[in-house]
Design a protein around this ligand. Structure first.
Ligand code: SF4
Ligand code: ZN
Length: 708
């Protein structure tokens, strides 16, 4: 069998269908009709990245067909075959684009189809922290659903982001695999063409995080090969179209592993008939190393379970929420006061329930000790409790401190999960993640109502208050060191965050205390101290030492940064920012949009479109990615007039930042309830309505100097 012939035959089938689909779109919608995938700023992203052409109308699709045909030349070199793979990918994208043009929702639950830009951006942090160590694309159908379930769960427990294409989706459903984007198993579609939605994710990572130029296909291929640890598994019998799609994957640097023999090309196309070994072979092929902490409890513990929700009906036990007290605390102790690996439940465990759902007060107190431990790290470790509990299968954790809210699902209870196991998870994870600072750890879980009450009053509340006081005193003026964070360089090679007490990393996940702890945990790692030296401009936030640190950490790509300015050398963005801020000249201010907000804004762009204006570690005056928490800081854009410039935010974001923002505005401008002067989508989403609202409210931005 000739591999090339198979690829060429597959490509022919894509071409035929794409041509038919385009004709159908022209007949039904006309050439002027818009063509687009939902919530992306990159048109047909694969074609855009490969050719630099934005295909936006049905008429353009004819041009897209020609562009794809440009890659077709049935020669005898490997590159000829790979080019046919590329053509197949472009043709598949045309086919899928027509589906989205003819129908608003061509993919119905549980199928996912296209992923939005925001969904891709949200993968940024877990990818750089290796919470998602790789990406698997599973195509076809396993010999039985039991096998399919095992393989998918294996990937899921390893945190691998897994996409399913074909009948394997039904097998996963049959096996009760927990699926959804938050659970890292995404059933994309039944037809092979739908695999383009996964290719689109990889290509958009290159556009978004890598800031690779559209049209520079060679650079995109280099990016996906080097930075996206993806691979393909083909199960069952392959057909020509699957193999042509495989060629497209290989061209992007993603090896394909087939169950049924077709051919072998070292490192690129591998044959693994043994289902027991396919996961191992795949991870090896992409050099993905999985760090496993084996925790001996009756349910799985994996980052992929983080997004799992437990609904009322599935709930066995509940702590906190509005019904009972529930708090958690990590406290530093002397080495002599901690007995390592002591796990204790004080009060009844959940198997004493006589009614379901079982409800009880709960306190989780984690004592840690270590030579390098510092009191400043307590909140850093404590915030991880949220993740550790969520990683546990069938456990949902919301909130923190004394607004923690925990649910345990029936299924996990039946499999044997008890409160003491939560203690085991916390212990194991603390020792694993914080081994440099935690030498000993003990966990005590209280359900006894009187004890919970007493401990909250005497231990937790005073501790939280002391920490809040410390945090309030943590302003940029009061420290002599900032930190760099370069974690995102694995995707955005030139990007550097400068993390200060008031300006956390733009992902929202790295505060100044986190950065300080990270330095302690990994002395040569992503967070390095920057002594605050050589002040050049206090209002704009320019220090000589910061410039030098950025220049060094960006390998010379960026030489100057003003921490508090959006115009003059603003901080760069990688792509995973929580919010994007952009100017509205006519309102003399800026709008801020968070990633979760999907609709249009008064600048005529969505979050995704705004976000596409910046990223990849490039400075873009007028646009700035930042964390939510920065919005309440007195340093926010202080070079351009500060918080008074904020004229519009989505309502949810306003509510989230209201208290801190109001307090800061009161202090800076003497304005009460400043947040109420800021417009939102319930008031206006176009500039006329925005201006009218601002004038009614007497918004301070209108009286400031012109913003540009
Ligand atoms: Fe990435 Fe910046 Fe967050 Fe570090 S602080 S993880 S570099 S966004
Ligand atoms: Zn990032």
């Amino acid at each position: 069998m000739n591999l090339f012939k198979i690829i060429y035959a597959g490509k022919d089938q894509y071409l035929k269908r794409a041509e038919e689909m385009v004709q159908k779109a022209i007949a039904e919608k006309g050439k002027e009709a818009a063509v687009r995938f939902p919530d992306t700023a990159y048109a047909l992203p694969v074609i855009y990245a490969i050719t630099g052409e934005k295909i936006t109308t049905v008429g353009d699709l004819e041009k897209a067909l020609e562009l794809a045909k440009g890659f077709i030349h049935e020669g005898r070199l490997l590159q000829d075959a790979l080019d046919s793979g590329t053509a197949s990918a472009m043709l598949a994208e045309i086919i899928e684009a027509v589906k989205y043009t003819l129908e608003e929702k061509p993919y119905k639950e549980p199928l996912h189809g296209h992923l939005s830009d925001a969904q891709i951006r949200a993968f940024g942090v877990p990818l750089v922290t290796q919470d998602i160590p790789g990406v698997a694309v599973l195509i076809g159908q396993c010999k039985d659903s039991d096998t399919a379930g095992k393989i998918i769960r294996d990937y899921q427990e390893k945190g691998i982001l897994t996409f399913l294409v074909g009948k394997i989706i039904d097998q996963a459903i049959e096996q009760g695999v927990k699926m959804g984007i938050d659970l890292r198993v995404v059933p994309v579609g039944y037809e092979i063409e739908s695999v383009i939605h996964v290719v689109s994710v990889a290509i958009r990572a290159s556009l978004i995080f890598g800031a690779v130029e559209p049209g520079n296909f060679a650079a995109h291929k280099q990016y996906t090969k080097d930075r996206i640890k993806a691979f393909v598994n083909v199960f069952g019998d392959w057909d020509e179209k699957i193999i042509a799609a495989g060629a497209a994957a290989i061209e992007l640097g993603f090896p394909a592993i087939t169950e049924t023999y077709i051919n072998e090309v070292p490192t690129l196309l591998l044959h693994q008939p043994d289902n027991e070994k396919v996961v191992e072979t795949s991870l090896e092929a992409r050099n993905i190393k999985i760090k496993v902490t084996k925790i001996d409890i009756p349910v799985g513990v994996a980052s992929a379970f983080e997004g799992e929700r437990i609904r009322k009906g599935d709930m066995y036990a509940e702590f906190g929420g509005t019904r009972t007290k529930c708090f958690e605390l990590v406290q530093m102790k002397d080495l002599s006061e901690v007995e390592d690996h002591k796990i204790e439940v004080v009060g009844p465990d959940i198997d004493t329930a006589d009614t379901v759902p079982y409800r009880s007060p709960l306190a989780i107190v984690v004592d840690v000790a270590g030579k390098n431990m510092q009191e400043d790290f307590e909140p850093v470790l404590e915030r991880r409790l949220h993740y550790f509990m969520n990683y546990t299968e069938g456990v949902m954790h919301i909130g923190q401190r004394n607004i923690a809210w925990i649910r345990i699902g029936k299924e996990s209870y039946e499999r044997g999960l008890r409160l003491k196991h939560l203690g085991e998870v916390i212990y194991a994870k603390m020792r694993d993640e914080f081994d440099k600072v935690v030498d000993k750890c003990q966990v005590t879980i209280y359900t006894d109502p009187e004890m919970v009450e007493k401990l909250e009053k005497e231990l937790a509340l005073p501790k939280y208050a002391a920490r809040d006081e410390r945090l309030a005193s943590l302003v940029d003026e009061n420290v002599d060191t900032f930190y760099t964070c370069t974690l995102c360089q694995s995707f955005a090679p030139a990007h550097v965050c400068i993390v200060t007490p008031e300006r956390l990393g733009l992902c929202g996940a790295v505060s100044w205390l986190d950065a300080k702890a990270t330095k302690e945990l990994d002395p040569t790692g992503a967070c390095q101290p920057v002594p605050k030296e050589g002040l050049e401009d206090e209002v704009k936030g320019i220090w000589k030492s910061v410039n030098e640190a950025v220049e060094k950490a960006s390998q010379g790509a960026v030489t100057r940064v003003s921490l508090y300015s959006i115009f003059e050398d603003p901080m760069t963005s990688c792509g995973c920012f929580e919010c994007i801020c952009g100017i509205v000249p006519e309102a003399n201010g800026v709008i801020i949009v968070n990633r979760e907000y999907g609709d249009i804004t008064p600048v005529g762009m969505t979050f995704g479109e705004l976000a596409s204006m910046t990223g990849g570690g490039v400075q873009t005056p007028g646009f700035m990615g930042h964390g939510r928490h920065f919005i309440g800081s007195k340093k926010f854009m202080s070079a351009e007039g500060g918080l008074a410039r904020i004229v519009w935010m989505p309502k949810e974001l306003k509510d989230d930042v209201r208290d801190r923002l109001n307090a800061a505005a009161k202090e800076l401008y003497g304005i009460d309830n400043f947040t109420d002067m800021i417009c939102d989508e319930t008031i206006a989403t176009e500039s006329e309505g925005l201006l009218k609202f601002l004038e009614e409210k007497g918004h301070p931005a209108l009286k400031l100097d012109p913003i540009m």
